[in-house]
Design a binder for this molecule. Structure first.
Ligand code: PMP
Length: 401
């Protein structure tokens, strides 16, 4: 289907007057929500608004049924090895904090990332370094921004946990997850991937990849805000320590003893975000109905188009070929501030895009780049929107340089 067909599913795209509609190019931060998700949330609040699990009345049974259905949908979406290995969290960040807090490390254990990590997959490891005495290191990229697999083969020796970003929110770079998993396992390391930017945009098959742990956010995948997932092999999750503890995590307590439940309950303490998680399930189903291959190829098509229009006009930061940047178009215009660019396109053309360091401060500091502007696309974006974007950028150059 053409994006026009999907656009009608997203109420935010219908906002405002004809000719003055929102152009939403901040999808790497968060996608818009389709009506199917809003309806599902409304269904929860109007038909079975209550808590799951605890109470024995029929409302509670319905909540549990819908909540566990969302777990099965999530499992299917990523082909996870086990339904009980799907832990609901509030976002990717919380999922990673869960791992960094609960994974059993010995002092001196090594964790290895890349030089493209979002703060959410860097700061928890720096904290674990300071609190638990782990050693954290990263694999620098090659000059062409690609992942240095040969260097990685050397650096992974003796590593306890490989914790890497699959698709970078900085420049759309994809790293060879299958090879990395294989090499890491051969070296005896456990592998975690931050899939915040891959899950909504391309197929990720946990069983096929044999990856041990992954995390993603529902709000980047058409789902409600404050929804996320940690998915893992059940034996690894069972070995991990508890994280946030309290109600719903225990089989039994006495005044001085606690017997914890198994995953996922062990990690889902207290009343949950039922409306959000049930809505997230509807978001994943919505994406499934479109098909991730279609979404991925649409985004690459848009990236090729914007690169053709603006490639000689702006300084693109990241891989040279649009197909290697997925749906992300990061750029700067020398002599102009990235925040100014994003504020001007918003004002003159209603374009919502991002500017700054995209929570990857370490890369910007390491590469002495001040900041970038970033347009990021999804299934509902069109070439016509990119024409407007491109005209605005050319106009800015004319007016300000
Ligand atoms: N990792 C990556 C690659 C991201 O792009 C983001 C969000 N921009 C995060 C982690 C953190 O996601 P959240 O804020 O939903 O926890």
């Amino acid at each position: 289907m053409k994006p026009d067909g999907y656009r009608k599913d997203f109420p935010m795209l219908d906002r405002g007057e004809e000719g003055n509609r929102l152009i939403y190019f901040d999808n790497a931060c968060m996608t818009l929500k389709p009506k199917a998700v809003l309806d599902k949330i409304m269904e929860y609040y109007s038909e079975y608004s209550g808590c799951g699990g605890r109470s024995l009345h029929s409302i509670s049974s319905r909540v549990t049924e819908e909540y566990e259905k969302a777990r099965r949908i999530t499992k299917g979406f990523i082909n996870a090895p086990n339904t009980n290995g799907i832990i609901f969290t509030k976002n990717t960040t919380e999922s990673i904090n869960l791992i960094s807090n609960s994974f059993i490390f010995k002092k001196g254990d090594k964790v290895l990332g890349t030089d493209h990590e979002h703060n959410s997959n860097l700061v928890p490891w720096l904290k674990a370094r300071d609190m638990k005495g782990i050693i954290y290191d990263h694999v620098p990229s090659k000059k062409d921004h690609s992942f240095d697999i040969e260097l990685f083969k050397e650096m992974v020796k003796g590593v306890r946990l490989v914790a890497m970003v699959h698709v970078s929110n900085l420049d759309g770079r994809v790293i060879p997850i299958k090879d990395i998993v294989e090499i890491s396992h051969d070296a005896g390391a456990t592998v975690f991937f931050d899939c915040a930017q891959s899950i909504p945009h391309m197929p990720v098959d946990m069983k096929g990849l044999d990856v041990d742990l992954i995390a993603f956010s529902g709000h980047k995948a058409c789902g409600p805000t404050g929804t996320g997932v940690l998915a893992g092999k059940i034996e690894i999750l069972e070995e991990m320590d508890t994280f946030i503890v309290g109600g719903d995590t225990v089989k039994e307590t006495t005044y001085d003893k606690v017997d914890f439940l198994k995953p996922p309950q062990k990690f889902e303490a207290g009343l949950q975000n039922y409306a959000g998680i049930i809505g997230m399930g509807a978001g994943l189903e919505y994406i499934n109905n479109i098909g991730l291959e279609e979404i991925h190829s649409h985004e690459i098509g848009l990236n090729r188009y914007v690169t053709k229009l603006l490639g000689d006009e702006v300084d693109i930061i990241g891989p040279e070929y649009p197909a290697d940047r997925g749906g992300i178009f990061p750029f700067r215009i020398l002599g102009l501030n990235a925040h100014d660019i994003s504020m001007i396109v918003d004002e003159v053309a209603g374009i919502a895009m991002r500017s700054g360091r995209h929570c990857v401060h370490s890369w910007f500091n390491g590469n002495r780049v001040e900041s970038t502007a970033r347009a990021s696309f999804y299934i509902y974006n069109t070439k016509e929107e990119i024409d407007i974007f491109s005209d605005s950028i050319l106009q800015i150059k004319k007016d300000f340089l």
